[in-house]
Design a protein around this ligand. Sequence first.
Ligand SMILES: NC(=O)c1ccc[n+]([C@@H]2O[C@H](COP(=O)([O-])OP(=O)(O)OC[C@H]3O[C@@H](n4cnc5c(N)ncnc54)[C@H](O)[C@@H]3O)[C@@H](O)[C@H]2O)c1
Length: 396
Amino acid sequence: MRVAIIGQGYVGLTIAVGAAGAGHSVFGFDVNDGLVAELNAGRSHIEGISAEQLTYHLSSGAYKASSDAAILDGSEVIVIAVPTPLDHDRKPDLSYVHAAADLINQQIKTPALIINESTSYPGTLRKEIAARITGGVHLYASSPERVDPGNTEWGTKNTPRLIGGLTPAAVTKAREFYSSFCDTIIEVSSPEVAEAAKIFENTFRQVNIALVNEFAQISDALGFSSREVIEAAATKPYGFMAFNPGPGVGGHCIPVDPSYLAHVANEVGVPATFIKRANEVNLAMPAYVVKRVVASNGGSVKGKKVVVVGVSYKSNVADTRETPAAAVIDLLREQGAAVTWHDDLVSSWRGESSSPLAGADIAVVVTKHDGVDLAAITACGYVFDCTGSIADVDGI
Ligand SMILES: NC(=O)c1ccc[n+]([C@@H]2O[C@H](COP(=O)([O-])OP(=O)(O)OC[C@H]3O[C@@H](n4cnc5c(N)ncnc54)[C@H](O)[C@@H]3O)[C@@H](O)[C@H]2O)c1
């Protein structure tokens, strides 16, 4: 099949390489000219897609990146994989999805299967995409992406794929496309069910992480380790699932997607109280971390050299979107600390560069990548570990 993918970020590039590997002819469209040039030079910007893979598909002619929208027409399958962030009021910002739909409306004259993989609330495919595309007779399906960047066990191939279509013909065509590179396809009765499943999965994680973050605070005040309690509880063979506390939540999924569900819940008059409370707890975690660090350092970190270790939102990825490290650093600076940060995967961020680990009075470990110099961390006078993976130091 000739396939066009709108957006060549984490999701779009992953699908592009999966589809190219299955023998499809793939065009990766992106509005970012610099990114397109990098991709066509064989340089991947995401974990999980190597330069070798990209170069292989570029040289075989199975993949090409482009910022020319004219390449979209003539494709049998068009996948939308664009950002779905929150606006300043933490409300869904569908401007990228609308721009992609408008682009399809202008460019695509030959009938195609249009799939949305971007995460959004139920009703997005029907009301925000299909309803805007009046210039052609197309099929429409929703297949929300579940990729977990950096996860080496579960990837595009073996993570079951949900499909919901506006018509049975759309489902059939979507199954044909995805079954060429995904092992398990699960059809649901409507695109709304597929869309809701994705945001409910992420809401489940958001709420459980908030619960365990609150529990960590209770445990600390009571004088025992929440992690030991969680480990003990997880020995129950049924009815319990372990989540671990941390400095807050980052990335695109957990901090953002539940607010899309809260938005539609609000529209139909049902308050999404768990989501609201979970957001409050998770967003307050950086302040809790800083409070603990200050308390353990005689009530003040003024003038202290603090290094924040790991500024991406999770280990072994370079993604800093919504990372709680930002708030941890800002709050420590508000307390008068001289804060630097160290991250081998993120060399520059917010106009600053990664600094060496050595010489700090205090190390606050937000994210721990494999290969970080543990000895250099523990050589700091005081260590606060948010990851639960460094023995015999303070932390959550
Ligand atoms: N990153 C993840 O782990 C993940 C996992 C599952 C689902 N998702 C969802 O997938 C969607 C995409 O996320 P992502 O992480 O790939 O985002 P990303 O920011 O990594 O990439 C999005 C790309 O889209 C491009 N873009 C924006 N507007 C465009 C337009 N009108 N036309 C063409 N290109 C355009 C941007 O330049 C960017 O390169 C979001 O809805 C996200 O919630 C992300």
